[in-house]
Design a protein around this ligand. Structure first.
Ligand SMILES: CC(C)(COP(=O)(O)OP(=O)(O)OC[C@H]1O[C@@H](n2cnc3c(N)ncnc32)[C@H](O)[C@@H]1OP(=O)(O)O)[C@@H](O)C(=O)NCCC(=O)NCCS
Length: 188
């Protein structure tokens, strides 16, 4: 089997990306798909909207590009093997709103269910950390819900230092947090 690779989003993965979406059963996979598609009113099952979304993902890392409200400049990296889409990681360049500052942090990632347990989340997170270093970021905040053991172990394996466990009642109610959040920092 060939090795997994980290790539920039590509419309050529349309069919495989849809299969992954069906496997997940939700569009809310990695912090980029649902949120970005909603901001741009894109239906990602439509091939031309999918291509438009990929185009937006290419623009979003550019600091000269001003995304619509609530959206951070961000880099999106996909994990693929051959022509199969396996997952994604998004690096928000700055924490532009209360949700990101308190809950979401700089990095979101997701691996499709059939590809989990093979080190791909660690591979993807390390790729995002390399990107953050290239952007001269000094440290990144990475969070996960306390019961998400696989995510916590991913963060810890990549150098995450736990700052604190934040109980749901410590967040403003409109942030919609219902479980304790583990708040980590990774120094780059
Ligand atoms: C969390 C997630 C990204 C992990 O992806 P993955 O590719 O299976 O993770 P990896 O194989 O790289 O494993 C990372 C670590 O988690 C551990 N792990 C993986 N699956 C696990 C499980 N089900 N239970 C406990 N630990 C697990 C691995 O052993 C590894 O830790 P180690 O280095 O100490 O051995 C994946 O389960 C996922 O996409 N979940 C849904 C989305 C999500 O939760 N995203 C993160 C939001 S904060």
């Amino acid at each position: 089997m060939t090795h997994a690779k980290l790539i920039r989003p590509s419309a050529s993965f349309y069919a495989s990306w849809l299969e992954s979406w069906d496997e997940w059963g939700t569009l809310d996979q990695d912090g980029a798909a649902a949120f970005v598609a909603a901001r741009y009113d894109l239906d990602l099952r439509d091939s031309s909207d999918f291509a438009a979304w990929v185009e937006v993902l290419h623009h979003l890392p550019r600091e000269s590009f001003q995304p619509p409200g609530g959206l951070a400049n961000q880099s999106t990296i996909w994990v693929v093997r051959d022509d199969v889409y396996l997952g994604a990681v998004s690096l928000r360049h700055s924490l532009v709103n209360e949700y990101l500052t308190e809950v979401g942090g700089h990095i979101g990632y997701g691996i499709r269910p059939s590809a989990r347990g093979h080190g791909l989340a660690k591979f993807a997170l390390k790729g995002a950390l390399d990107e953050a270093r290239e952007l001269s970021m000094e440290r990144v905040m990475v969070t996960c819900k306390q019961p998400n053991v696989a995510s916590a172990r991913t963060i810890e394996a990549c150098g995450g230092v736990l700052e604190r466990v934040c109980p749901p009642e410590s967040f403003a109610p409109d942030l919609g947090v219902t479980e304790p959040i583990l708040r980590y920092w990774i120094t780059l």
